[in-house]
Design a protein around this ligand. Sequence first.
Ligand code: SAH
Length: 242
Amino acid sequence: MTKAPWQATVLTLYPHMFPGPLGQAVTGRALEANAWALQAVNIRDYAFDKHGSVDDTPYGGGAGMVMRADVVGASVEDALIQATPRQPRCVYLSPKGKPFTTALAKELASHEDGLVLLCGRFEGIDQRVLDHHNMEEISIGDYVISGGELAAMVVLDACLRYRPHVLGSAASLEEESFNHNLLEYPQYTRPVEWAGKKVPDVLQSGDHKKIDMWRHQQAEQTTQARRPDLWTAYCNEKGLEK
Ligand code: SAH
């Protein structure tokens, strides 16, 4: 029997949004090849009144609607039962969550039991569901988007790059931005001259030692100029003077 693929279960009011972009290119090919599996579950299927209500007005008043604890809770419960004996990490996509980073993507990707990703809509989800299931809250950045679906896709895409059989070459991860806290060096391809600009000579020299050195310098310069936060982390890791 072949091993069950790494599984993502997405709880959403918009299951038809999936796989969406994840069904294309590298992640799409890996999905077809069974390198990972995706299940998009409609939270509305767990509504129990005749109108299929999933949201209600907030206690204490205020604008907007909140997703009901009983309905969302039942969808999480069922996802966990379906996953048994696997124990997926339970993530709620939320602007209040911890910032999503490369380190977190690697960590989630290495959890062989996969992920349950809960997508909010409206003003969000009744706090009791998050507390009851001890959900990990993850934010994709300091802005608010209208629903958790795009955030779940961002998290999944970034995780999948660290799963086996998704990227063609693992080497492409090694040099990518954020690896070791450095942004990537600039890239060039043909034509050798375009709009009066030439590809830097060193890249055409064939001297791989020199090329590596040049790229490393470029990565350091870009990181220092654009991302002082990453630069500090890089220097600390390397024990370098800032
Ligand atoms: N009232 C909430 C925002 C709700 S936005 C607040 O002020 O915190 C609706 C849903 O979109 C959220 O439940 C969440 O699932 C998703 N969402 C919005 N911004 C997000 C972000 N930066 N990261 C991850 N998910 C986000």
